[in-house]
Write a protein that binds this ligand. Structure first.
Ligand SMILES: *Cc1c(COP(=O)(O)O)cnc(C)c1O
Length: 363
């Protein structure tokens, strides 16, 4: 053979895939972990014991329920999915984004979102060979530029528009009337991604059914079950029945079905935790706002977007790391996020450690 593996791969792997870098996750071992919007709280012992007992009697020799019926009913109830709407589950909402894109891809089909936003919209558009159109948010406050969106919709006629509500990484809720105008103007599907629903009172879930092209996506990751990998899509059956055809059989495994169903039957525990995180969020914002030269954006999520004085994002990120605290450095990613850092809200003790480290570093 004269051709080596590299030459083979270069011949066949699509150029746009070769040009990507794989989704990078920083090594967090040993750190106070404030980098990934996880719920920092574990479960009370009594709940853990009950769960362990349940898992003990869960059989992994059989395939899971392909439609995860018990879990689907429970999750629809907990998340207030309106009567008459269909629900489908994904292995994380990332998988749902992928199913939507796979179903809608084709020549000259575009995925649209705002910039900066959740990077998976763009990445999955690329995986599925779709064009990606990103419309910039307002540079001052990251609010939705509705007029620019409406113009871009006319120009590109996107097959699907993803709007994270609240948005990641800018932490804000977009103007609901602006979103409604977008839904009304769009000829394609609009996905309102409510990954951070536990941290805000606003939602498009109650509006499902009022628009033929609106679906709502949620996940259990940010409420405290990131390790289970479970997301849901709710909306009209006419859309979801089609997406369900590209869903791989048994995409929600036995352990996730049993564990998530169990956890959602104890929703009160998670609500207590997320309510406490909302209070802590206000406290961390207050603390960071007192640092001179630091701009803190208002947050409706369980993380914060802050802008350091010029050129300080990387050194501050490294200084925090040296103190054993891991956050996310956004500088060097999107041009609108220059000098920006993104800490996740942790336990009260972790937040104290973060704030006191920040006070030392910024001094
Ligand atoms: C974290 C996040 C997701 C991904 O959630 P998973 O269910 O863990 O895949 C989706 N959308 C946004 C905006 C997020 O921030």
């Amino acid at each position: 053979m004269t051709k080596d593996a590299k030459a083979f791969a270069e011949q066949w792997v699509r150029p746009e895939i070769r040009a990507l870098s794989a989704y990078h996750v920083q090594d967090a071992s040993g750190f106070v972990k404030l980098d990934a919007m996880e719920n920092p709280f574990t479960w009370p012992d009594a709940l853990r014991d009950e769960w362990a007992e349940l898992i003990k009697h869960t059989n992994v020799n059989r395939y899971p329920d392909p439609h995860a019926q018990t879990l689907t009913k429970q999750i629809a109830k907990n998340m207030g999915v309106p009567e008459g709407m269909r629900v489908m589950l994904g292995n994380g909402s990332d998988e749902l984004i992928q199913m939507i894109a796979m179903s809608l891809s084709g020549d000259n089909r575009a995925v649209m979102s705002v910039e900066p936003s959740f990077v998976m919209y763009r990445m999955i558009a690329t995986f599925c060979d779709m064009q990606y159109v990103g419309v910039n948010l307002d540079t001052n406050d990251f609010s939705l530029d509705t007029a620019a969106m409406l113009t871009a919709i006319k120009e590109h006629n996107p097959a699907v528009i993803f709007l994270a509500y609240p948005n990641n990484p800018t932490t804000n809720l977009f103007d609901a009337d602006g979103i409604k105008q977008i839904i009304e103007a769009a000829e394609g599907l609009v996905v309102v991604d409510e990954a951070y629903a536990p941290f805000t009172d606003e939602s498009f879930m109650p509006l499902l059914g009022q628009y033929p092209n609106l679906v709502v996506m949620r996940t259990v990751s940010k409420m405290g079950l990131a390790g289970l990998r479970l997301g849901l899509l709710a909306g009209p059956a006419e859309w979801l029945n089609e997406f369900d055809k590209v869903r791989l059989p048994y995409n929600i495994n036995v352990l996730t079905q049993a564990s998530a169903d169990f956890a959602l039957k104890h929703q009160a525990t998670f609500d207590e935790q997320t309510q406490l995180l909302r209070k802590e969020r206000d406290r961390v914002i207050e603390g960071l706002s007192q640092l001179s030269g630091v701009k803190v954006y208002p947050s409706d999520a369980n993380f914060i977007l802050m802008r350091t004085p010029e050129g300080k994002a990387r050194p501050w990120f490294e200084a925090l790391k040296a103190k054993g605290i891991l956050i996310k450095n956004l500088d060097g990613g999107h041009p609108m996020l220059i000098d920006c850092l993104r800490p996740t809200i942790g336990t009260p003790d972790e937040n104290d450690a973060f704030l006191s480290a920040m006070r030392e570093i910024a001094a």
